[in-house]
Design a protein around this ligand. Structure first.
Ligand SMILES: [Zn+2]
Length: 418
């Protein structure tokens, strides 16, 4: 049995090929982004969906689709295999018959980043890397720190000054060294890190600059298609910061389509806040490359507040255009409403995650999503890590009573009636 069908890295820009055993971030020849390639014809001959049915439910269920060579290097905390929860509240309200939530609030560190870091850290361990660095608005830093701790890799996290205290503390709790990162716009960060890779030989874990993190996001496609009896949804709605999630999921769906396991591909929808949203802005202007745009401090959706996508967000734009999807931007008020709606579904989502449901509401009103379409909202992270936003969504109850039976009886009549 072949454990991995990955063959090599391929540069997006100059098409150079590199061995998977080289410890690379971006292309050493031209600085372009690297993409892992697979022997899909061989996979088509040798694999079938039913082979996966009896395996455990983590992302490692799909190990043939990742670049890790040796199972002994897997670092896992049980990431992946989260529920695809059918909507009982928002769907009926919006007239959508088939709305689902991919609930990644259930992940080990409370966000979808665990999919990517389980693979990226395992892969780094396989390469013999002992230390690494990433920057983060919070969730990625926490996930990186947790997996690095399990692997014995020394983790340094540059955490954006905007990150909330809970996220910062979590990074420290997992044992990473942390520095608060101040900047005017995010291109300064990516420029700094790209130079670090070149000059200092840094190994870093930033989405896309690290060439394997997003490979694990393909597990969205595998898990969702399997749950839907090997059919893709019609629409996948992703909150987008750097876009590792949407790009990974799209790559996964394309692989399944090439293998003949699903008949059609979903439309990919990117969601960003109106305060920033460089991807949305580029889409609305019909462009394939996104420019820096907006102010990251002006939204509660911290995890998707980036105003300068890596290398012009080309991968995200490709996923949107090639799938016939679209990009949507949503306001903080729409996000807060979506948080309350998700609460009625039993899901406590952080603002960036609730943005996906807010976007669905907009898209239904605009006629971009049809009532009979099967729609999946990716809920990327838990609201518990941004509790101030949860408090903003729901004001504290003004009801009060003393511990007295008569007062209780009176209060219940007030609430429930007779
Ligand atoms: Zn290149």
């Amino acid at each position: 049995m072949t454990w991995s069908y990955a063959t090599n890295f391929l540069c997006d820009r100059c098409s150079s090929e590199f061995s998977l055993s080289e410890s690379l971030n971006t292309c050493p020849k031209c600085g372009g982004l690297l993409e892992v390639q697979y022997d899909l014809p061989k996979m088509k001959r040798e694999l079938s969906p039913k082979m996966f049915a009896s395996r455990d439910t983590s992302i490692w269920r799909w190990h043939e689709f990742y670049p890790l060579r040796d199972a002994a290097n897997v670092i896992s905390l049980g990431e992946g295999g989260t529920l695809l929860t059918p909507s009982i509240y928002a769907g009926p309200k919006l007239g959508l018959e088939n709305l689902y939530f991919k609930n990644d609030t259930l992940m080990p560190t409370g966000s979808f980043k665990d999919r990517g870091f389980s693979l990226a850290i395992s892969f780094a361990k396989e390469l013999g890397i002992h230390r690494g660095l990433t920057y983060s608005s919070g969730n990625a830093g926490a996930s990186f720190a947790a997996y690095a701790a399990r692997a014995g890799i020394e983790a340094t996290v540059l955490v954006e000054y905007l990150a909330n205290p809970v996220k910062k503390a979590t990074i420290g709790l997992y044992g990473a060294t942390m520095a608060t990162l101040h900047f005017e716009n995010m291109t300064e960060i990516t420029d700094m890190l790209e130079k670090g890779v070149k000059e200092l030989g840094l190994y870093q874990f930033v989405n896309f600059i690290n060439p394997v993190r997003h490979e694990a996001m393909k597990s969205y496609a595998y898990e969702i298609s399997e749950t839907l009896n090997w059919q893709a949804p019609d629409v996948m709605v992703h909150p987008v910061g750097t876009g590792g999630g949407i790009w990974g999921a799209w790559k996964g769906f394309c692989e399944l389509h090439t293998l003949g396991w699903i008949e059609k591909l979903p439309k990919m929808v990117a969601v960003q806040p109106t305060a920033t949203g460089p991807i949305t802005r580029a889409f609305q202007s019909g462009l394939r490359k996104a420019e820096r745009y907006g102010d990251s401090t002006k939204t509660i959706a911290q995890s998707i507040a980036g105003n300068a996508p890596i290398q012009g967000g080309e991968r995200v734009m490709n996923a949107i255009y090639d799938s016939g999807g679209f990009a949507e931007s949503v306001t903080d008020d729409e996000i807060l409403e979506a948080m309350r709606w998700l609460g009625r579904e039993g899901i406590c989502a952080e603002p960036a995650s609730a943005a996906s449901l807010a976007a669905v509401k907009r898209a239904v009103v605009e006629g971009r999503i049809k009532p009979d379409e099967r729609v999946v909202c990716v809920i990327t992270g838990s609201g518990l890590k941004q509790s101030s936003a949860v408090q903003r969504a729901i004001p504290e109850s003004m009801l009060r009573l003393d511990a007295d039976y008569n007062q209780l009886a009176k209060l219940l009549v007030e609430i429930w009636g007779h």
